[in-house]
Write a protein that binds this ligand. Structure first.
Ligand code: NAP
Ligand code: GCO
Length: 267
């Protein structure tokens, strides 16, 4: 008989990176509803304070830390502090990320490297910091926030697609290397979600019409809508819970069907 408590996260310590707002905040809020203790980081104190306020307003007692996921010494020190102040990390969500939309021939190597550093090196660095504690505890969950660009390319997002494609393979490799320690590492691949990161793609045009990209995405999505961060809550709780203990190295696409669909035929 299936025990629905397998979806609970009671007493687990969940660390969600870059979770002052956006997708990370939504996922952390869902984890709190499932019983987890919430830990998050962001790159400066103002953002951490903003996040703490937002969690408090949502009735969630969160622990916030200032830490840049690309700084290995800072990440190691922060995870040590989390272990002392909150407890060993049971669930890690590598959510922190940026995008730079620049045509490849106009993109500097510096810009390319910055996206790779945050979106790919960051998850490596933070995972490396929490895995020893998970091994000691005998269990762990790592969820990497991938993307449609883990599977598809498009103009102007070469660095982001390279990073998110790499993140898909890092997910498979962590699953392969640490599965024997009862650590499951999976990805979530959101479709196009209405957050600050995609706001430029949804801006109303001067004549009041919808942004061409907004219309494009609606035509490419069977669900015929942008996703909301809330659409990711259930899949994230599933992958963070005991209900997914034999799911490993998988990227769960939460995209309203984009990857399955050739796109609406022109009327
Ligand atoms: P967002 O609104 O831009 O939030 C990203 C968060 O990460 C921000 O709080 C940001 O802080 C933080 N961050 C950036 N660099 C960091 C660093 N070096 N160290 C620590 N934190 C850092 O993005 P989102 O839309 O919520 O996306 C969250 C994740 O989902 C990203 O990995 C993104 O690639 C992925 N994703 C998004 C979509 C979508 O449609 N929105 C779809 C698929 C995947 P700042 O405010 O200082 O930048
Ligand atoms: C873009 C968008 C996408 C989304 C997301 C899709 O410019 O194409 O920002 O990359 O952020 O990654 O899954």
């Amino acid at each position: 008989m299936f025990d629905m408590n397998n979806f609970q996260l009671n007493g687990k310590v969940a660390f969600v990176t870059g979770a002052s707002y956006g997708i990370g905040f939504a996922i952390a809020s869902a984890f709190a509803s499932a019983g987890a203790k919430i830990v998050f980081n962001d790159i400066n104190q103002d953002l951490v304070n903003r996040g703490l306020e937002a969690y408090k307003e949502a009735g969630i007692e969160a622990h916030g830390y200032v830490c840049d996921v690309t700084d290995e010494d800072a990440v190691q020190a922060t995870v040590k502090k989390i272990e002392e102040e909150v407890g060993t990390v049971d669930i890690l969500v590598n959510n922190a990320g940026i995008i730079k939309r620049i045509p490849m021939l106009e993109m500097s190597a510096k810009d390319f490297r910055q996206v790779i550093d945050i979106d790919l090196n960051g998850p490596f660095i933070v995972s490396k910091a929490v895995i020893p504690g998970m091994i000691k505890k005998g269990h762990g969950k790592i969820i990497n926030i991938c993307s449609m660009m883990s599977e598809l390319g498009r103009e102007t997002v070469s660095a982001y697609a390279a990073a998110k494609g790499g993140l898909k393979m890092l997910t498979k490799n962590i699953a392969s290397e640490y599965g024997e320690y009862n650590i499951q590492c999976n990805g979530i691949g959101p479709g196009y979600i209405a957050t600050p990161q995609t706001a430029p793609l949804r801006e109303r045009q001067a004549d009041g019409s919808r942004h061409p990209f907004d219309q494009f995405i609606i035509a490419k999505t069977p669900a015929a809508r942008w996703g909301e961060a809330a659409d990711l809550m259930g899949p994230a709780v599933f992958l963070a819970s005991d209900a997914s203990n034999f799911v490993n190295g998988h990227v769960l696409y939460v995209d309203g069907g984009i990857l399955a669909y050739i796109g609406k035929q022109p009327q």
